[in-house]
Structure formats: structure tokens, C-alpha cells
Design a protein around this ligand. Structure first.
Ligand code: HXC
Length: 252
């Protein structure tokens, strides 16, 4: 990872921040994006304890012009891009019959369209420059198990999984670009857990359903992300690795 350039969308908090921290610790130059500049600057300060350079870029992944500017700024600053981690997400619990069209669009635009804008823009950079890069997408197990109250996110994440596999085949064959995904279960100190497991009772039920009997830690996801971007996983392409303490297999 030393002097590799990695973009992490939604990199100022939760899993995104943990992944960015891990990459910075391993010597990468890291670009973190997010909507809140103050939060980005705070995360950057923490990452500056390591040797690598950190660039904050304030943007919403729903804005394709901003995504393109971010990618060009990254290229201008560091001269190249090695890895893209599509981590930015939006979610809230809402019964399917009550979800407004705008609520659906907000989540699908962040998760599915945002991932696509970033992936295509970075991918075109790699293809134009004859460079082999790697994309890592963050999905969720309910993309294939289903889950009550998350129809917008489940459909968007299922789309991201299809995108991962399609790019792995299409860009893998033509350009040697890899695309993989991680499907985390409930991870402590993340927006996902705050939103999807809002009460102490729901929290206890969740813990009981996880064979590991605990939530995951953001650092555990970061270690897996590091492996999936490293040359050690060079033969893994189009794969989705679940990290959930065995939870989805235990659904009753
Ligand atoms: C019903 C809701 C709602 C809620 C928002 N909406 N929250 N509807 N219940 N709790 C509706 C609004 O009423 C509005 O529709 C539409 O959604 C857009 O809302 P805005 O607040 O205007 O949108 P915006 O400011 O763009 O915010 C986007 C967001 C928000 C997705 C709604 O929650 C957000 O910014 N989230 C980012 C952080 C996040 O969600 N992190 C968790 C990701 S975890 P109307 O019709 O009223 O105009 C994850 C996977 C977890 O994805 C997996 C764990 C196992």
C-alpha cells in the first residue's frame, strides 16, 4: 500500500474512516470524500499521525460533476489513482408501503448511482492511462437475504453487487481491472447500526442472532478491505466477502 493512491467515499466516519485510517497507516496517500467538511478535516487530522498524505474532498456522490472534479483533483495532486473504495451510503428504516418516491430516490441515488459515477469516472482514468486498478464496493447481506424496512437500500445494494460482478468480468477481461465487494453485518460505531438497530431491545435481539455474539468492529472490515486491495488477493475478482460473524446464515 506504500504510496498507493486510494479514494474512499464516505471516508470521514464509521467503516469508511476505519478503512482510510488503515490505508494511511500502511503508507497510502488517501483521498476521503464526504458531505461534511468539518468532519472530513477532523478525520484528516487523525490520519496525519501516519506518513502518507491525506486529501479531503467535500462532495455528495449524487453529483456527477463533483465526482469528476474529485477524480481530476486526485489525479492532479498525486499523479495517479490506484484504488477506489465505494463506501458512501444512505439508509433509513421505512416500511415499503410508506416510502415516498423521493425517499427511494435519495437512497438509490447515493448507493447505486453514486457508486456508478465514481466507478466509471475512475475506471475511464485507468483505461485511458493503461493502468490496472481495483474497485472495492461495500454492500449488505440483505441484498440477497432481503430485510424488512430497507427496500430502497436492498435494491440499491443488489444493483451494486451486479455492478461489481459485471465490471469484474468486463473490465477484468479487457483491462485487468479488479472489482470486489464486502458485505458487512452490523458493525459497531457506524451510521448503519445507529439507523437500523435504534433501540436497546433491537440491539440485544441482533446480538442474539449473531453466532459470534457481538457486533463487528470497523477495524475488522478495514483489514479485509486492505487484503482485497493488496496483491495478495490478485486472483480474487468479482467476489463478495461477507463479514458478519455468521449472522446471515443464522436467519430463522
Ligand atoms: C422515511 C425518510 C426518512 C425516514 C428521510 N426520508 N429519512 N422517509 N423515514 N427515516 C425521506 C424524506 O422524507 C425525503 O422524502 C427523502 O427521504 C429525502 O430526505 P432528505 O433528508 O431530504 O435527504 P438527504 O438530506 O439527501 O439525506 C439522505 C438520506 C439520509 C439517505 C435520507 O439519511 C442520509 O444522508 N444518510 C447518510 C448517512 C447514512 O444513511 N448512513 C447509513 C448507511 S448504512 P420526501 O418525500 O419527504 O421529500 C448502510 C448499510 C447498513 O447503508 C447495513 C447494516 C447491516
Amino acid at each position: 500500500m506504500k504510496e498507493k493512491v486510494v479514494i474512499v467515499t464516505g471516508g470521514s466516519s464509521g467503516m469508511g474512516k476505519a478503512m482510510a485510517m488503515k490505508f494511511a497507516k500502511e503508507g497510502a496517500f488517501v483521498v476521503i470524500t464526504g458531505r461534511n467538511l468539518e468532519r472530513l478535516e477532523e478525520a484528516k487530522k487523525e490520519m496525519e499521525q501516519f506518513d502518507g498524505q491525506i486529501l479531503c474532498y467535500q462532495m455528495d456522490v449524487r453529483d456527477p460533476d463533483k465526482v469528476q472534479s474529485m477524480v481530476h483533483t486526485t489525479k492532479d495532486t498525486f499523479g495517479k489513482i490506484d484504488f477506489l473504495v465505494n463506501n458512501a451510503a444512505g439508509n433509513f428504516l421505512c416500511p415499503a408501503e410508506e416510502l415516498s418516491f423521493n425517499g427511494w430516490n435519495a437512497v438509490v441515488n447515493i448507493v447505486l448511482n453514486g457508486t456508478w459515477y465514481c466507478s466509471q469516472t475512475v475506471g475511464k482514468e485507468w483505461i485511458t492511462n493503461n493502468q490496472k486498478g481495483s474497485i472495492l464496493n461495500i454492500v449488505a447481506t440483505y441484498a440477497w437475504t432481503s430485510g424488512a424496512g430497507v427496500i430502497h437500500s436492498a435494491c440499491a445494494k443488489a444493483g451494486v453487487l451486479a455492478m461489481t460482478r459485471t465490471l469484474a468480468v468486463e473490465w477484468g477481461s479487457k483491462y485487468g481491472i479488479r472489482a470486489n465487494a464486502i458485505a458487512p453485518g452490523p458493525i459497531a460505531n457506524t451510521g448503519g447500526v445507529d439507523r437500523l438497530i435504534p433501540t436497546e431491545e433491537a440491539h440485544q435481539q441482533k446480538i442474539n442472532s449473531i453466532p459470534a455474539k457481538r457486533l463487528g468492529q470497523p477495524e475488522e472490515v478495514a483489514n479485509l478491505a486492505y487484503f482485497l486491495l493488496s496483491p495478495q488477493s490478485d486472483y480474487i475478482n468479482g467476489e463478495c466477502i461477507t463479514i458478519d460473524g455468521g449472522q446471515w446464515l443464522n436467519r430463522k
